[in-house]
Design a binder for this molecule. Structure first.
Ligand code: DQA
Length: 144
């Protein structure tokens, strides 16, 4: 059975109440439930995780090696700053998809730069919570 790690970075635990005009009113738990249902319908295994800490995200990526077939990563603000997360993805040599709820390219200039893009097979952004199920489908397509 194909297994996908869906990893969420800082402040995404506050979804639902955090800037709903930007990120919508869906909570991270709602998104997890959406992903679990979408994955179960296709007999895909998923692990859904969140951390506010860069090192914990690096650890989660390392632990994915040999366990998961791909990583969907919404690294939050670390997207724009973290060479450590970029290196972690390169180090485990698993396919990664960069994900954002918002269209980062329509926002502030500093959100246009991504270290994660450099090591990702593709990027999904701007589709809100729906982006997560789109990313699962994109990962399955990539792995097939
Ligand atoms: C985000 C976009 C990032 O720029 C921001 O720092 C986030 C959320 C998104 O999902 O739209 O925390 O990754």
């Amino acid at each position: 059975m194909t297994s996908i790690l869906i990893l969420n970075g800082p402040n995404l635990n506050l979804l639902g109440t955090r800037q709903p005009e930007v990120y919508g009113s869906t909570t991270l738990k709602d998104i997890e439930d959406l992903c679990a249902k979408h994955a179960a319908d296709q007999s895909i295994a998923i692990s859904f995780q969140q951390s506010n800490h860069e090192g914990a995200l690096v650890d989660a990526i390392h632990t994915a090696r040999g366990v998961h077939d791909g990583i969907i990563l919404n690294a939050g603000a670390y997207t724009h700053t973290s060479i450590a997360l970029m290196d972690a993805i390169s180090s485990v040599a698993l396919p990664a998809i960069e994900l954002h709820l918002s269209n980062v390219h329509a926002r502030e200039e500093f959100r246009h730069k991504s270290f994660i893009s450099k090591v990702s097979v593709g990027v999904i952004c701007g589709f809100g919570a729906k982006g997560y199920t789109l990313a699962i489908d994109a990962m399955m397509d990539h792995l097939s």
